[in-house]
Design a protein around this ligand. Structure first.
Ligand SMILES: [Zn+2]
Length: 446
C-alpha cells in the first residue's frame, strides 16, 4: 500500500475554513470516510484485499447543501476563467496557495469537419494543451500541490511518465520549493512501454527541477517513495491522488459553464490512471446535485490497447478493474497504467457510458485528422479521445444526434516527433525561372 507520510498523517489536520466546504475523503467502494490527509488509496479496501493499491477509490466529499446556499452558477460563470475560479468546490482553504500561472480556462472548440465525419449532432474539443505546461495536468497538480503545502510539505517529489512532472516542476518553481521528479519509462500509446521521453526530460529540467529515474517493480518503487518521505522529508505527490481528481473536476465545471450550463450528452476522456475521468464525473455529479445542470453526461473512457484495463473489466462485466499482466515484469511501469481508477470505472458504468480501446494506428490517424482537418495539434496519447469518439460513433455507442465533448488532454508540441522526424525540405533555387522549373520537377516527383 502507499503509506501516507508520517509527518503529515500524524500531524493535526488543519480545519478547512468555510471557504472550501470540503469535509473529508470518501471511499467510493466501501464508503469509509477519512480526514483530508495524504492518502492515495483506501486502507480498509487494501487490508481486505478487495482492491489493488492502484485502484483509486478515494474522492473528496463536500457539504453540498451548504454550497447550494452560497453558490450561484451565473456568478461562477462570470468570474475570470481559471482553476481557482471554483475555489469553494476545491479542498484548499488558504487563499495564498490558490496560485497558478494561468491554469484552466482553455476554450471548448467546435470541430465541424470531424463532427460531419463521425455523423454526430455536435462535437467540441476541450483543448487542454493551452494550459501553461501544455497539458491538463496543471489542474490536478495545482490543487494537489496546494493541499500538500497546506499540510506542511516543503519539498516535493513525484513518480511520473512525464506530464505530471512538468506540471509539478512549474508549480514548485512558482512556490520556490525544491522538486524531484522521477521520470519513468512511458507506456505512452504503445504496447509494452517505451524509452524515457527526451522532450519531457528537457521540459522538466527547464523549470529547474531535479530529474531522476528508477527501474524496479512497482512494490519496490512504493517502498522507495515511503523511504524518501520518512528519511528525507520529501512529500510524494502520488499520495495525493484524491486531490488530483479535484483539479480534474474543474474540467467538468468549465465544459458546462462554456456550454451555458447545457451539459453535453457524452464526454470522451483519454485515460492513463483514470484519475481525470473520476474527477470529471464527480464534477458533473456535484453540478447536478447543485441543480446547475439538468443531466450528467455519459462518460466514455478512451484507452490505448495494451493499457486498457477498464475495457477488459467492462467486457467481462467485472465489478473491479484488475491490473493487466505486466508487459515487462521487471521494469518499472508508469504508475498505474496497468490498472485504472476504480472510481472512474464505476462512474462510467453509473453514467451508462462505455470503455473504448483504440490501437496505436487509430491514435496516430486521429492525431493527423485533428491537425489537418481542425488545426489542432494534440499529443498522441491525447488524440486517443478523438479516436475513441470515432470508434464509439461507428459502433453505435454514441447516438448519431448526440452532443459530444472530447478532452484533448495535452499539446502536440509535447511529442512532435512521435511519428518520426520529417524529411529535410528540398532546397529551392531563388531565381524565378530556376525556381519554377525545380518546383515543377518536384511536383512531378511526388
Ligand atoms: Zn474502501
Amino acid at each position: 500500500m502507499v503509506v501516507p507520510p508520517m509527518s503529515l498523517a500524524a500531524a493535526a489536520v488543519p480545519t478547512l475554513s468555510r471557504g472550501t466546504f470540503a469535509t473529508g475523503l470518501r471511499c467510493t467502494w466501501c464508503a469509509a470516510s477519512f480526514p483530508l490527509v495524504a492518502l492515495a488509496s483506501c486502507p480498509h479496501c487494501e487490508t481486505r484485499g478487495e482492491l489493488s493499491a492502484l485502484n483509486e477509490t478515494l474522492l473528496v466529499e463536500y457539504d453540498l447543501a451548504g454550497l447550494g446556499q452560497v453558490l450561484d452558477r451565473d456568478e461562477l460563470a462570470r468570474r475570470p476563467a481559471g482553476l481557482w475560479a471554483w475555489h469553494e468546490l476545491l479542498p484548499v482553504a488558504d487563499p495564498e496557495l490558490r496560485q497558478s500561472a494561468g491554469v484552466g480556462g482553455p476554450p471548448l472548440v467546435r470541430l465541424p469537419a470531424l463532427r460531419a465525419r463521425a455523423g454526430l449532432g455536435d462535437l467540441w474539443a476541450k483543448t487542454e494543451g493551452a494550459n501553461p505546461t501544455g497539458s491538463f495536468k496543471d489542474r490536478p497538480v495545482g490543487v494537489a500541490t496546494a493541499r500538500a503545502v497546506e499540510l506542511g510539505a516543503r519539498e516535493l517529489a513525484v513518480f511520473t511518465s512525464g506530464n505530471v512532472g512538468a506540471a509539478l516542476a512549474a508549480v514548485c518553481a512558482r512556490l520556490g520549493l525544491p522538486c524531484h521528479v522521477f521520470l519513468l519509462a512511458a507506456a505512452a500509446h504503445t504496447q509494452g512501454g517505451g524509452p524515457l521521453s527526451t522532450d519531457k526530460l528537457a521540459q522538466i529540467t527547464a523549470y529547474g527541477a531535479e530529474v531522476l529515474t528508477a527501474d524496479g517493480a512497482l512494490a519496490a518503487l512504493f517502498d522507495l517513495g515511503s523511504r524518501l518521505e520518512h528519511e528525507l522529508g520529501w512529500v510524494l505527490l502520488n499520495n495525493f491522488l484524491p486531490y488530483m481528481a479535484e483539479g480534474d473536476k474543474t474540467l467538468a465545471f468549465e465544459i458546462c459553464a462554456q456550454l451555458g450550463w447545457d451539459a453535453p450528452d457524452a464526454v470522451v476522456v483519454p485515460l492513463g490512471t483514470g484519475t481525470n475521468l473520476a474527477g470529471m464525473a464527480e464534477g458533473f455529479r456535484q453540478l447536478h446535485a447543485l441543480g446547475f445542470i439538468q443531466h450528467v453526461p455519459r462518460m466514455i473512457a478512451a484507452q490505448p490497447v495494451g493499457a486498457d484495463s477498464m475495457t477488459v473489466a467492462a467486457s467481462s462485466s467485472a465489478s473491479v478493474v484488475e491490473p493487466l499482466a505486466a508487459v515487462r515484469p521487471n521494469a518499472a511501469p508508469p504508475l498505474s497504467h496497468r490498472v485504472c481508477s476504480q472510481s472512474a470505472y464505476q462512474a462510467v458504468l453509473a453514467s451508462g457510458g462505455a470503455a473504448v480501446s483504440v490501437s496505436d494506428a487509430e491514435i496516430l490517424a486521429a492525431r493527423a485528422e485533428l491537425a489537418t482537418c481542425e488545426g489542432i495539434l494534440a499529443e498522441a496519447a491525447s488524440a486517443a479521445g478523438w479516436a475513441a469518439a470515432k470508434r464509439a460513433a461507428a459502433h453505435g455507442l454514441l447516438d448519431r444526434d448526440s452532443r459530444v465533448a472530447v478532452v484533448l488532454t495535452s499539446h502536440g508540441l509535447k511529442d512532435l516527433t512521435a511519428t518520426g522526424v520529417p524529411p529535410v525540405p528540398p532546397t529551392m533555387p531563388v531565381a524565378w525561372p530556376d525556381f519554377i522549373a525545380a518546383y515543377a520537377a518536384l511536383e512531378k516527383s511526388t
